[in-house]
Design a protein. Structure first.
Length: 512
């Protein structure tokens, strides 16, 4: 119960007019970027990362949280109306959501998505308030071996789960780790992989890498893709932007089940909210098959409600994992971790002791952001859809300009702009050949932590590396990693068997 007074103090800090403005700005930017084609919350946070140099920390992170949650709200709007999800986390919502829109229920589909996102995010925020201090107390017992195990857990789980080919995930991860070690070694003082260039002695800025990979590379990719595939057609939402009593009763169990599925994935680094949204959709589809008259395939409201709640509950819990453990669950969370470090703050148990005002104001802002996003999206979703009418050349040109301005503002060097262009092309190539970007960002953010922890553990044990698996916490983390990987491998094996069975069945029917 000691949490409640701290949360009350957090609301006192978050409800100042300055912080309320930043909550609103973050929610507006997140929703707008989520609606726009090919963009997402990770790109928005990457573009806004240079802003952290000018803003007070509490205001900056309140704005980032609004962008993070708002991006998920906007992604579903585009997926429902155009059948083109802005991010992978919105794919499952398009299956039934777009069918609802085609059947004349676009407004009800948008309302279902908005309420589901609100419920999932609100429940996760409540859990974070009560669980984050406990996780922070637990992580206070972490030493170098525990932090190294935590970093390895994040590396392996993220790189193996986010893509169908684990080798691609590992390649992306090692690219991020390779970028992280460029510069002068903090222990020996020797330059590493600098090619004797003084521009690289300080390493490659995380701001430059995130903006290049997540923003500039994505813009190049989407521009090339749109030139090939053309524009999609948008369903015009019409009718009542609210749910009837019968529709609400139909969707309510799916919202709760989706929330329950999404919460655990906010603690396990499994690539963000993509997996829980598909799991929630699959559960509702199996339950629907037991009905006398199955509704999936014709715009079932439960097929939209569950993924939306699952995605936002995962995002809410991911913020708690970031604050309490310093563990980024997704690329967006990794960028926010980098922003903490720019302010000289390290998420974890010390953050709750050294910056309690920031932590509890940020936690209180989650609840405020959920209410603001519900107000912005429930009645005004059709207005957000108007952003899809922006000509893409103007949109891409504007984002490119912001990429260059943000990068130049942080370093004031022309070399940073050249680095931005080069890494942006690398990001475009990775997207074109289907290499995941999240492991690269997480590898670059957690790479220094893993290296420092490994060195400290080895030196404290006089070079005996068995100390890395000598405690109960590292063993538990490695065991949990083995469980996550086994489920991932099993899922891939089952999916491949199903594909082979379907292919054999189709060949047999053609022969007949």
């Amino acid at each position: 119960m000691d949490v409640l007074p701290l949360l009350a103090d957090g609301f006192a800090g978050a409800l100042t007019w300055q912080n309320l403005i930043w909550v609103l700005v973050g929610c507006l930017l997140g929703t707008a970027v989520g609606v726009l084609p090919g963009l997402g919350s990770s790109m928005a946070v990457a573009l806004l990362l240079p802003v952290t140099f000018a803003l007070e920390p509490t205001a900056a992170f309140i704005m980032f949280a609004g962008v993070y949650f708002g991006g998920l709200f906007g992604d579903s709007t585009m997926g429902i109306l155009m059948n083109t999800p802005g991010q992978a986390s919105a794919i499952a919502s398009t299956f039934e959501g777009h069918r609802m829109a085609l059947s004349g229920r676009a407004a009800q589909a948008l309302a279902t998505a908005a309420i589901g996102a609100f419920i999932g995010g609100f429940v996760a925020s409540v859990l974070v308030v009560f669980l984050a201090p406990l996780l922070a107390d637990f992580s206070s017992s972490f030493g170098p071996a525990e932090f190294f195990a935590l970093a390895v857990f994040a590396f392996a789980a993220t790189s193996s789960v986010v893509t169908d080919t684990p080798l691609r995930g590992m390649a992306s991860l090692f690219l991020g780790l390779g970028i992280a070690v460029i510069g002068v070694d903090s222990v020996s003082g020797a330059p590493r992989f600098t090619l004797e260039s003084p521009y690289l002695f300080d390493g490659i800025s995380l701001v430059t890498v995130t903006v290049a990979v997540l923003a500039l590379g994505e813009v190049i990719y989407v521009a090339c893709l749109s030139r090939q595939s053309g524009e999609g057609s948008m369903v015009k939402p019409a009718g009542r932007p609210w749910l009837s009593r019968a529709e609400f009763r139909e969707a309510a169990p799916a919202w709760l089940r989706g929330t329950a599925i999404g919460v655990p994935f906010g603690i396990v680094p499994a690539g963000g909210s993509e997996i829980p949204t598909f799991l929630a959709y699959g559960l509702e589809k199996r339950l629907d098959a037991r009905r006398d008259v199955p509704r999936f395939g014709s715009g079932a409201i439960r097929g939209l409600a569950a993924p939306e709640a699952a995605g936002n509950s995962t995002t809410g819990m991911a913020m708690g994992s970031l604050l309490a453990l310093g563990l980024p669950i997704s690329a967006t969370a990794a960028i926010m971790l980098a922003a903490f470090r720019q302010y000289g703050l390290q998420p974890g148990p010390l953050l709750f002791e050294r910056a309690p005002d920031l932590v509890w104001s940020l936690l209180a802002s989650f609840f405020i952001a959920m209410v603001v996003l519900l107000i912005l999206n429930l009645p005004f979703a059709t207005l957000w859809a108007k952003l899809l009418l922006i000509p893409r050349p103007y949109l891409f040109a504007g984002i490119t300009v912001f990429c260059a301005l943000g990068t130049y503002a942080t370093g004031g060097s022309t070399f940073d702009l050249l680095m931005l262009l080069g890494i942006g092309i690398v990001g475009f190539i990775m997207r074109a050949v289907d290499y995941p970007l999240a492991p690269l960002i997480i590898g670059m953010v957690l790479g220094p932590l893993a290296e420092t922890s490994l060195r400290d553990a080895a030196m404290s044990a006089n070079g005996d590396f068995s100390v890395l698996v000598g405690g109960p916490i590292p063993i538990a983390l490695y065991a949990l990693l083995a469980v996550v990987l086994s489920f991932s491998i099993r899922g891939r094996v089952v999916a491949r068997r199903r594909q082979k069975l379907e292919a054999a069945t189709s060949e047999t029917s053609l022969v007949r």
